[in-house]
Design a protein around this ligand. Structure first.
Ligand code: DLL
Length: 459
């Protein structure tokens, strides 16, 4: 492995700490965070009381297992401010996440929390090769969603020119890229793909555009989709992960060493690119987040490098602290050093949530499985939808598959043969049958924010 550093670091003294130093820092912060939370949030005091734990019992990082988990339901039950740890007069920002059912969950930040958030964002931007002279165009919404404001202030903090275009209005986005010579786009990968297609259709010259980096996040970014965007938009993209409950974006981000650079034109990037053999995912801001990976069924820890549910404890949150938050996101974490020089652990890109799983006539089906199978079929676009119904007691799954223009034909027989081929391929891998419907190019609705791939109409 080469020891070259490929992009500048925002806080090198923190990002390259030894593993021992990181663990020592985490332990000191964990002790303070648990005490802070216990003293100020009645829900945690009560729960810890039931478990017979007091803050003084936290003497090692492993002692975190003595603490209760926090789940989304707790945040809903205490809606809106029940878990806040400071007077509301000292809260300077609220964000919320709507989810699919019931009340939203509401989180708050004081100045201290926002300072940390800005640092985390500036770090992930630098990991992707963003520099202060970059012009960054925001395609996330500026609302209760943490994506817009969270990334906005972090990039300003780095010194970038931030263009707060917001979500939607693709034509205006393209005009702004040309007129303001935007170099970095912030979007969900699905919206970036939409922008790419829309631009191609309307004669936008991606190859010669000023854009060079995509900072993506907020939803899974399948490798095939990312490659497609990079190839067609002539940019390089990184994946960034986070969730409202523990802060928002900025929990972890991909460096350039962890990705496949083979399809990136050499003259497109101005840093020396060094590839990491392990190619594993996104660096977690470990000075601010303590991670655990647990068996989703039992809540017991799994071994390092083993897949499980990610559980996060923010270590520096004052307004809205949460302990052991169960993300429902499936991932694994490794702590081996990375070729980029950063020592913070890396989590595998998230493709699946524990609550994503569909059970179709007794068989488990993950949307990411469908995505991967479709990605391996020539002529199929990255856009698909899954619809599930129950007809007279029997589950029925329909998979709508959008074709690329070159695969579309006027011949009914040819189309039907292709449809059956896709159907068989899906069944052979998923071990459950589905009906495939072929959709004309552009026929599947595009989303400005997070894409919803599944509609489950069963009760
Ligand atoms: O999506 C925060 C965010 C905004 C992250 C912008 C990155 C960029 P929520 O709306 O609370 O917060 O949704 C959090 O989205 O638990 C994951 O299931 C999913 N998610 C977020 N980022 C990724 C990613 C923001 N890079 C939920 N890959 C999380 C896969 C992601 N899933």
């Amino acid at each position: 492995m080469s020891n070259s550093v490929i992009t500048p670091m925002f806080q090198p003294e923190i990002e390259t700490m030894s593993r021992e130093e990181i663990r020592a820092l985490q332990l000191a912060k964990l002790k303070d965070q648990v005490a802070w939370t216990y003293e100020r949030v009645p829900w945690y005091r009560e729960k810890m009381g039931e478990l017979g734990v007091v803050p003084g019992d936290i003497q090692t990082l492993e002692d975190i297992r003595k603490l209760p988990f926090t789940d989304k339901s707790v945040l809903r039950d205490t809606y809106p401010f029940g878990l806040f740890a400071i007077p509301l007069d000292d809260v300077v920002r609220l964000h919320a996440s709507s989810g699919t059912t019931g009340k939203p969950i509401v989180v708050g930040y004081n100045d201290h929390d926002l300072d940390i958030w800005r640092d985390c964002i500036a770090r992930l931007a630098q990991m992707a090769g963003v520099v202060p002279s970059d012009r960054v165009q925001m395609a996330f919404g500026y609302g209760m969603f943490t994506g817009g404001f969270g990334l906005h202030y972090g990039l300003e903090h780095l010194g970038c020119m931030v263009i707060p275009a917001g979500s939607g209005n693709t034509e205006r986005h393209l005009m702004m890229i040309n007129d303001y010579q935007t170099t970095v786009l912030i979007a969900t990968p699905s919206y970036a793909m939409h922008m790419c297609e829309y631009g191609e259709k309307h004669g936008f010259d991606w190859e010669n555009s000023s854009l060079r980096i995509g900072l993506f996040g907020g939803e899974p970014c399948p490798p095939a989709l990312k490659e497609e965007i990079e190839r067609r938009m002539h940019i390089i993209c990184t994946d960034n992960y986070g969730l409202t409950e523990v802060m928002g974006p900025g929990v972890s981000g991909e460096c350039l060493a962890c990705r496949d650079m083979q399809h990136i034109a050499e003259d497109h990037f101005f840093w020396e690119i060094v590839e990491c053999e392990l190619r594993c995912g996104m660096h977690i801001a470990e000075d601010h987040f303590l991670w655990e990976v647990v068996d989703p069924e039992t809540g017991e820890p799994v071994g390092e490098g083993e897949m499980g549910e990610l559980v996060l404890t923010p270590l520096d949150k004052q307004a809205f602290p949460v302990l052991r938050y169960r993300t429902h996101d499936l991932s694994y974490v490794i702590t081996e050093p990375c070729a980029c020089g950063r020592t913070h652990a890396r989590m595998k890109k998230v493709r699946t949530r524990t609550d994503d799983m569909l059970i179709i006539r007794g068989t488990n089906v993950f949307p990411s499985q469908v995505e991967d199978i479709l990605a391996g079929i020539e002529g199929v676009s990255p856009h698909y939808r899954i619809e599930v119904d129950n007809d007279n007691g029997l589950d029925h799954m329909v998979i709508m598959v959008e074709l690329l223009p070159e695969a579309f034909s006027d011949s009914f027989e040819e189309m039907d043969r292709f449809r059956k081929q896709i159907q068989t391929k899906l069944k052979d891998t998923m071990l459950v049958s589905s009906d495939v419907k072929l959709i004309e190019p552009g026929g599947i609705e595009r989303s400005f924010g997070k894409t919803k791939h599944v509609t489950d109409r069963r009760n």
